[in-house]
Design a protein around this ligand. Structure first.
Ligand SMILES: [Zn+2]
Length: 319
């Protein structure tokens, strides 16, 4: 009897200083989880070590790695990444295969998260989705008829860099007033800080007592009834809603799925997004679109990367 190759797939999300890994079965069920921190100069060995740790939960057929950057999947090259050390970008794919003896797939992190939601999360009943990931930055991805649509340059879906305020703050991309300058995690915190310093009534907020707070802390405070945090989320939601209206008018997409820690605040952020999108989009398009929160949670990017590795493996069609 021929030896059976293992039917598990690993997915690894490479973030700025941390990595999150999952092992999934062929059916997509999560059977192992690991996390680690890394130094940029040890990127390859850190991914190899995390892969080894995931192997403790079962043998691995191939690995998907999601990175914060633009990836050419034809050539397996990282084209641009502000999050990865430059030296790691060129040969990451070949070095990972060499270090582990496994097959690797590289993909952008927002694309991976979108694929995960499409296959196993909030998008599983939809044909076409637009995914928006709100974290350190704001990423986006488009899936049409089951396929990631990356466009002529590979960077289609960069919703974080849509202008929502022509007078707005300068953005890392060189433009000013991008959605990211208002609604990414660090920018939500920046705006909240500015307002806490400016507005004396906001000193009642539980956040005024915290030295350092993150966008997740703000979401949690809002959930606990903190008026200031609720107001900040509402304003943030309105900015995101402006961008979502553009997506709806442009693509008349079936589902817009929003992920990231801030979405943990549920309706406190989702409602203003939907209201603003409804106000600013063409009604027949709006009525045909559902705007929902992502379902896969903190492992969503890693799960998506594992599913990409699974579906790139072999030519057999999978549902
Ligand atoms: Zn920008």
């Amino acid at each position: 009897m021929p030896e059976q190759s293992p039917n598990n797939f690993a997915g690894i999300e490479v973030a700025l200083a941390t990595m999150r890994g999952v092992l999934i079965s062929e059916a997509g069920e999560v059977i192992g989880r690991r996390e680690s921190t890394y130094e940029p100069e040890n990127l390859i060995s850190a991914i190899a070590d995390l892969t080894k740790a995931l192997r403790e939960s079962g043998e691995i057929r191939s690995v998907g790695v999601a990175i914060p950057g633009l990836v050419n999947r034809e050539t397996d090259r990282v084209l641009i990444s502000t999050g990865l050390p430059f030296t790691a970008q060129e040969h990451i794919h070949a070095e990972l295969m060499q270090a582990t003896g496994l097959r690797f797939e590289l993909e952008n992190d927002a694309n991976s998260a979108a694929y995960g939601e499409y296959k196993a999360g909030a998008g599983r009943d939809a044909r076409d989705i637009f995914y928006i990931g709100i974290g350190e930055a704001i990423g986006g991805a488009i899936i049409l008829d089951g396929k990631l649509w990356t466009g002529a340059s590979g960077c289609a879906g960069e919703i974080g860099h849509i202008t929502i305020d022509t007078e707005g703050a300068e953005c890392v991309c060189g433009n000013n007033g991008c959605l990211e300058t208002t609604a990414s995690g660090p920018n939500i915190v920046r705006r909240a800080r500015e307002r806490l310093n400016r507005d004396s009534t906001s000193s009642l907020s539980s956040l005024a007592m915290q030295e350092d707070f993150t966008a997740s802390d703000l979401a949690l405070a809002a959930t606990n009834g903190d008026d200031f945090s609720i107001m900040m989320l509402e304003r943030t939601g309105r900015s995101i809603g402006i961008a979502v209206a553009s997506i709806i008018n442009l693509l008349s997409i079936e589902k817009v799925i929003l992920g990231g820690a801030i979405m943990g605040a549920g309706d406190l952020i989702l409602k203003p997004i939907i209201e603003e999108a409804g106000k600013r989009s063409f009604q027949p398009c709006f009525e045909a679109t559902r705007i929902v929160a992502a379902e896969l949670g903190t492992n969503g990017v890693a799960i998506g990367a594992a599913l990409l590795a699974r579906d790139a493996d072999g030519s057999e069609a999978r549902p």
